[in-house]
Design a protein around this ligand. Sequence first.
Ligand SMILES: Nc1nc2c(ncn2[C@@H]2O[C@H](COP(=O)(O)OP(=O)(O)O)[C@@H](O)[C@H]2O)c(=O)[nH]1
Ligand SMILES: [Mg+2]
Ligand SMILES: [Zn+2]
Length: 296
Amino acid sequence: MKLNVPGRIIRAVSGFYYVQTQDGAVLQCRARGVFKKRDIRPLVGDYVFVEPQGTREGIVTGVKPRDSELIRPPVANVDQVLLVFSLADPPLSFYQVDKMLAMIESYSLRALLGFTKVDLPESARLFETARAVYESMGYETMALNVRNSIGAKRVAELLSGHTTVLAGQSGVGKSTILGALLPDVEAVTGVVGERSRRGRHTTRHVELYPYAGGYVADTPGFSQFDFDAMEPVQLTGLFRDIAAAAEECAFRGCLHEQGTDCAVLRAVSMNRIGQSRYDSYRQLLAELKEAKARRY
Ligand SMILES: Nc1nc2c(ncn2[C@@H]2O[C@H](COP(=O)(O)OP(=O)(O)O)[C@@H](O)[C@H]2O)c(=O)[nH]1
Ligand SMILES: [Mg+2]
Ligand SMILES: [Zn+2]
């Protein structure tokens, strides 16, 4: 009988899977030939079994069932996403925050909110506005400037023991955060940026970096909503504050666009739901309806 050892795929490059085993060694592996026939496609993040071939190579012989699977970026068994936004340069868009949050909710992952560049002018005030909106809904909301150690300790605590994906627009400071957490991989994150700049059609490269009993990944991009799989009425459930108020809407299936019986509109007029949140909801609802109309 051949020996099989458990491990995790931390990187995949042109047909090779790099599997970290429990003793910390990384084996360069091919997948078992039969995987292709059975349509088994190992992903970065997969927990697998490996048959070692010598001390540096091996064969992936089995893939354990996934707890979660993201398509873009292609990564398995992520349990939280650190959404990174900059308060300035590029400027903060509450719509982007709400859209990303709704997307993470749709994946049933935990969302952490990091607002970078709190050192820039006006940023501290803007952060307080954002905090007032998102902390009350139960989201971990942090002001960051990791190079000056602002927020760095909290980020480290929250990431420890988890598999976390850092997501956010280019230029917001994701690599800077990762560089502060993992000083040794700075060079590697540079490579990721290089590849993603080449264009939309390049394969997105995801790499998990072992960190404090867990793993972190800096992703060059994050997928948009899969509107095709969603009905407009489902959007409410992705906005925690709107969902809470919507429980009292008079009629089922209310999209909270108008009507005196709409508890969401009442909550907005009483400032229990922030105007920016409601505006984001309406904009996403419009996009969703448009996508649905195009389907038929
Ligand atoms: N002032 C300021 N600049 C930052 C901060 N975080 C990152 N930057 C800068 O913003 C730029 C983009 O950062 P980077 O980490 O590459 O962003 P990424 O594209 O999200 O990976 C770089 O010039 C960083 O030095 C911050 O907290 N404050
Ligand atoms: Mg980067
Ligand atoms: Zn309503």
